[in-house]
Design a protein around this ligand. Structure first.
Ligand SMILES: [Zn+2]
Length: 257
């Protein structure tokens, strides 16, 4: 049994002793780093590939998630760089995802293509509540200031959104906007993994707030600092022996019809 971190934009690795491994899946090969932390192996996967070489709509999400499953991963924390369309959440802030809205269009979205009957996956709790609670608790020790829970709006990309689109997401109670959390969170559920996503807000979305007054340098510093603290927080949650899949329903989200 292992745990994993999926690093988004700006998060390409973790400090410490690690080795590289290539995992071959039926969807393609995936390169991961395996880090040993307090005697436990933690898998680190750079979502966009090392050096950010794959655009969001072309990421091989199924290969990424299947590789984690093949490595016997049970719990995943993912980080994502997001824009804000909620005035309570400013650049530099950290939010924890509680739900999502999917506006993607062309990417493969499921492992279940009818090969073993029709399956539907329950999305009443896309993000593992146990992992969310643990992150809140651990964040205090690591001085990670969580601004709140967020609804993630996933767009197809790679273009940014128009002001009219952002206005629509905002009116419909979206909080943050990104291009990668769907289908990642869905595929995790289909594989029975516990999954939680932590958002680092990098900017306000198109036309949402004026950025003129913002201290860009201060925000960049805060973000670098936050990334390290989030990683520290996650590593400590992973080293807690009480982390299991008994207090959530993540393992049982797939329904056969
Ligand atoms: Zn869970």
């Amino acid at each position: 049994m292992r745990r994993a971190i999926i690093g988004g934009t700006g998060v390409y690795g973790v400090e410490g002793d690690s080795r590289q491994e290539t995992v071959v899946t039926e969807y393609g090969a995936v390169e991961v780093d395996i880090l040993t932390y307090k005697g436990q192996e933690i898998v680190f996967l750079a979502r966009h590939g090392k050096g950010h070489s794959v655009p969001p709509h072309l990421i091989n999400y199924r290969a990424n998630m299947m590789a984690l499953k093949q490595l016997e991963v049970t719990h995943v924390y993912a980080t994502c760089a997001v824009g804000s369309c909620n005035k309570e959440y400013a650049p530099g802030d950290i939010v924890v995802m509680r739900d999502f809205m999917d506006f993607t269009k062309v990417r493969p979205i499921t492992f279940y293509e009818g090969q073993d009957g029709v399956k539907h996956t329950d999305m009443s709790e896309p993000y593992c509540h146990d992992m969310v609670e643990r992150f809140y608790k651990e964040s205090i020790k690591h001085n990670v200031k969580i601004k709140g829970n967020a609804v993630y709006v996933c767009t197809e990309g790679p273009r940014f959104e128009t002001a009219a689109e952002i206005d629509f997401y905002h009116r419909n109670k979206g909080d943050v906007v990104g291009m990668t959390n769907v289908p990642e969170v869905v595929l995790a559920k289909e594989l029975g993994l516990c999954y939680s996503a932590i958002g680092i807000i990098t900017n306000y979305c198109t036309g949402f707030m004026s950025e003129e007054e913002m201290d860009h340098e201060g925000i960049m510093e805060a973000m670098a600092d936050n990334k390290e603290r989030i990683t520290g927080c996650v590593l400590d949650i992973f080293s807690d022996a009480s982390l299991n899949q008994e207090s959530c329903r993540c393992k049982h989200a797939v329904m056969n019809l």
